[in-house]
Design a protein around this ligand. Structure first.
Ligand SMILES: Cc1cc2nc3c(=O)[nH]c(=O)nc-3n(C[C@H](O)[C@H](O)[C@H](O)COP(=O)(O)O)c2cc1C
Length: 305
């Protein structure tokens, strides 16, 4: 039986819906010893900034019940080195590359998009808007619909590529932000980024993460991520890419049922480097067992009555 696992995110076709999430999969090559990364639908690379960054002081990761906290602080090689050192290999893959970008001002987002515009083989840009706009008094760009719209419009102005906008869960009403980014030209939405958290060391009464505040990810956040994915799916017409605690095919399929056209595997890569391929194989097995020929047929089929 021929299975169709291909999914379309706007004008970009992925060979299957399994992506890896930014910051948990490096630039892909590090995982080649464990899995054939070419089989994945897409890879979202580590958050890329204009300048190379060393990131925050350690300790900057901590295991928590069913999850982890991280405050890496966007350690990355910067956009110029990404283009020179990582793109040549990534462009040879069947798995599409999404270049996750992050910046501290609207202008810098535009600059990044422009620098990436000539990379004809990338699948798209994933815009991480969960960061403060330093120029305008530190307002978080992902929590303010006006600021989020401005970022998306600026990125769109500077690129021909597909623009996926990654939303933060740390808002009162995610529907408002989702609508704002769709209206300003986003081609797809991915969600969720990490939930803001912290941890205390009882002996020293000091924070367990040097940065004090950190992002919570992993299975602990899955119910929240599912709820937000469903809310965004019902709000926008553009494709939605779901993530948050996905560690097996069942998790991935649940996200697709509530509306995700594709899914991203994040923290699971860190404790099981085979997770993404196991999820792909698990989806295929589910399709065969349930006589589903086209994976698109399950997207958004959640029944609430
Ligand atoms: C160590 C670590 C680093 C991350 N770095 C980034 C990043 O650079 N850019 C970004 O958009 N998200 C980053 N994330 C967030 C993930 O891509 C993902 O949105 C989040 O962890 C939720 O998915 P998960 O529970 O499957 O990990 C990072 C997450 C972790 C755990």
């Amino acid at each position: 039986m021929g299975l169709n696992l291909k999914v379309k995110l706007g004008n970009v076709e992925l060979q299957n819906p399994v992506m890896t999430a930014s910051g948990t999969f490096g630039y892909g090559d590090e995982f080649n010893d464990y899995i054939d990364i070419n089989r994945l639908g897409a890879i979202s690379v580590k958050g890329t900034t204009i300048k190379e960054r060393q990131g925050n002081k350690i300790p900057r990761i901590l295991e928590t019940p069913s999850g982890m906290l991280n405050a890496i602080g966007f350690q990355n090689i910067g956009v110029d080195r990404f283009i020179k050192e990582k793109y040549p290999y990534l462009q040879t893959l069947d798995a599409k590359t999404f270049v996750n970008i992050t910046a501290n001002s609207i202008e810098e987002f535009g600059e990044l998009a422009k620098k990436l515009d000539d990379l004809d083989k990338i699948g798209g840009i994933e815009v991480n808007i969960s960061c403060p706009n330093i120029k305008e008094g530190g307002i978080n760009m992902g929590t303010d619909p006006i600021m989020a719209s401005k970022v998306v419009a600026e990125v769109k102005k500077n690129t021909k590529h597909h623009v996926m906008v990654k939303l933060t869960p740390n808002v009162t009403d995610i529907k408002v932000i989702a609508k704002a980014v769709e209206d300003s030209g986003a081609d797809s939405i991915s969600l969720i980024n990490t939930l803001v958290g912290m941890a205390v060391d009882l002996k020293t009464r000091r924070p367990k993460i040097a940065n004090v505040i950190a992002g919570l990810s992993g299975p602990a956040i899955k119910p929240v991520a599912l709820r937000l994915t469903w809310e965004v799916f019902k709000t926008v017409k553009i494709p939605v890419v779901g993530m948050g605690g996905i560690e097996n095919a069942t998790d991935a399929l649940e996200f697709m049922i509530v509306g995700a056209r594709a899914i991203q595997v994040g923290t699971a890569n860190l404790y099981n480097p085979l997770a993404s391929i196991e999820i792909l194989e698990g989806i295929e097995k589910y399709m065969i067992e349930n006589n589903i020929k086209d994976i698109n047929d399950i997207v958004g089929t959640f029944k609430v009555d």
